[in-house]
Design a protein around this ligand. Structure first.
Ligand code: SF4
Ligand code: SF4
Ligand code: FES
Length: 327
C-alpha cells in the first residue's frame, strides 16, 4: 500500500470560563497509507506537530466508544474509519460530536447523553410482568441491542436531538427497548407508558440517521418502531402521534392509500382541527383540499395479506437478529 499526502482540516475548540466556545479550523499535512485510520493520523499530528490537539481514545478496536467524532460530515469512530474512505480530494475534516457541549477540540461533555440513558432506568426492575422463561426471540432482541457501546454517534447525528435536547435520543431508546423486550423485566407496561410521553419514542422523525451511523449495527430506529408498536398494542395510544400512526395504519390496510381529508380530525381531534381552520381555509382557497372520498388502490388485497401475516406473527417479523454479526 502506497503512502499518500492528506490534509487534515481539524476544528480547534477552546472553552472560555463563561462557557462560550471559540472555534477555528486548522490544517495539518500528514503522509499516511489510505487504509490507516483517522485515529492514527490524529495521533501522528499530536505526536509530531501539535501536542495540544485534544481527542479521546482508548481501545483502538471499536469497543470502548470514546473516539467518536464527526469525520467528513458524519459521526464515526476514528479508530474504525479508514482515511481513504472519507478523504474528499485528499482532505479529511474532523470536528467534535454534535448535540453535546464541547470541552476542548474533539473532547465533549458526555453528561447530557448519559443523563438520557439514566432517565430510562437502565436496569431490570422487579414487578408483576417478570417471567422466568426466556424464549429465543426475546433473547435475540435483547442480544441485538446490547451490541451498543454507548459511543454517541447516533445521538450526535440525530436530527431530533438537534432541535429538541430533551428528546431521549436513539441510544437511550434502544436501551429502553432492551428492557421492554427482556422477559425478566417486571415493569414493561410502566416503561412503555413513560416512553410514550413527551420527548420519548413518538418524537423520533424516523430520519434513519442513527441506523446509518451506528458502528455496531444496533439500528436504534428499528428499536424505536418496535417500542411504538408495543405501546399501541398495550393501549397507550392517547397521544396525537399515536393516533396519527393508527389512522395511517387503518387507511393503508383498508384502501392502500391515505384519506387525508379525515386524517387530521382522527389525529388531533375536532377541537385541534378547528384550531387549524385558518390553514384549512387557506388550502381551500388554493384548491388543495383533498377529496373526502377514500381512494382504493388496485391490488389492495395483497397489501391486506401482508398485514394479516404481520398480525399473526409480529415478533418473528420484527426480529432481525440473524442478520446482525457482532464486529
Ligand atoms: S431515526 Fe429518530 S432517533 Fe434515529 S436519528 Fe432520526 S430522529 Fe433520531
Ligand atoms: S446505538 Fe450505535 S451509535 Fe448509538 S451509542 Fe450505541 S453503538 Fe453508538
Ligand atoms: S478508541 Fe475505543 S472505540 Fe475507538
Amino acid at each position: 500500500m502506497t503512502v499518500q499526502k492528506y490534509t487534515f482540516r481539524v476544528q480547534r475548540n477552546r472553552r472560555n470560563s463563561d462557557g462560550s466556545v471559540e472555534s477555528r479550523w486548522q490544517e495539518f499535512g500528514v503522509e499516511m497509507e489510505e487504509n490507516a485510520t483517522v485515529l492514527s493520523a490524529l495521533e501522528e499530528i499530536k505526536g509530531h506537530q501539535d501536542g495540544s490537539l485534544t481527542f479521546r481514545q482508548s481501545c483502538r478496536s471499536a469497543i470502548c466508544g470514546s473516539c467518536a467524532m464527526r469525520i467528513s460530515g458524519r459521526t464515526r469512530l476514528a479508530c474504525k474509519t479508514h482515511i481513504g474512505k472519507v478523504a474528499r480530494n485528499g482532505v479529511v475534516e474532523v470536528a467534535p460530536q454534535a448535540n453535546q457541549p464541547v470541552l476542548k477540540d474533539m473532547a465533549i461533555d458526555i453528561g447530557p447523553f448519559y443523563r438520557h440513558v439514566r432517565a430510562i432506568t437502565p436496569w431490570l426492575q422487579e414487578g408483576t410482568e417478570a417471567q422466568q422463561q426466556v424464549d429465543r426471540s426475546s433473547y435475540d432482541q435483547v442480544n441485538h441491542v446490547t451490541q451498543c457501546i454507548m459511543c454517541g454517534c447516533c445521538y450526535s447525528d440525530c436530527t431530533m436531538a438537534e432541535v429538541n435536547p430533551k428528546f431521549l435520543g436513539p441510544a437511550a431508546l434502544a436501551k429502553a427497548f432492551r428492557f421492554v423486550s427482556d422477559p425478566r423485566e417486571g415493569k414493561k407496561s410502566e416503561r412503555l407508558q413513560q416512553l410514550s410521553e413527551s420527548h420519548g419514542f413518538w418524537s423520533c422523525t424516523r430520519c434513519t440517521m442513527c441506523v446509518d451511523v451506528c458502528p455496531k449495527h444496533v439500528s436504534p430506529m428499528e428499536a424505536i418502531v418496535k417500542l411504538r408498536t408495543r405501546a399501541v398494542q398495550k393501549g397507550f395510544n392517547g397521544s396525537v402521534a399515536a393516533r396519527h400512526a393508527l389512522a395511517f395504519h387503518e387507511d393503508i390496510q383498508k384502501d392502500g392509500s391515505l384519506n387525508e381529508f379525515t386524517l387530521m380530525v382522527r389525529s388531533v381531534g375536532l377541537v385541534g382541527t378547528l384550531q387549524e381552520s385558518g390553514a384549512a381555509l387557506h388550502l381551500l382557497k388554493k384548491g388543495k383540499i383533498p377529496s373526502p372520498f377514500p381512494h382504493r388502490v388496485q391490488g389492495v388485497e395483497q397489501l391486506r395479506t401482508i398485514y394479516q401475516a404481520l398480525e399473526r406473527n409480529p415478533i418473528n417479523v420484527e426480529t432481525r437478529a440473524k442478520e446482525v454479526v457482532p464486529e
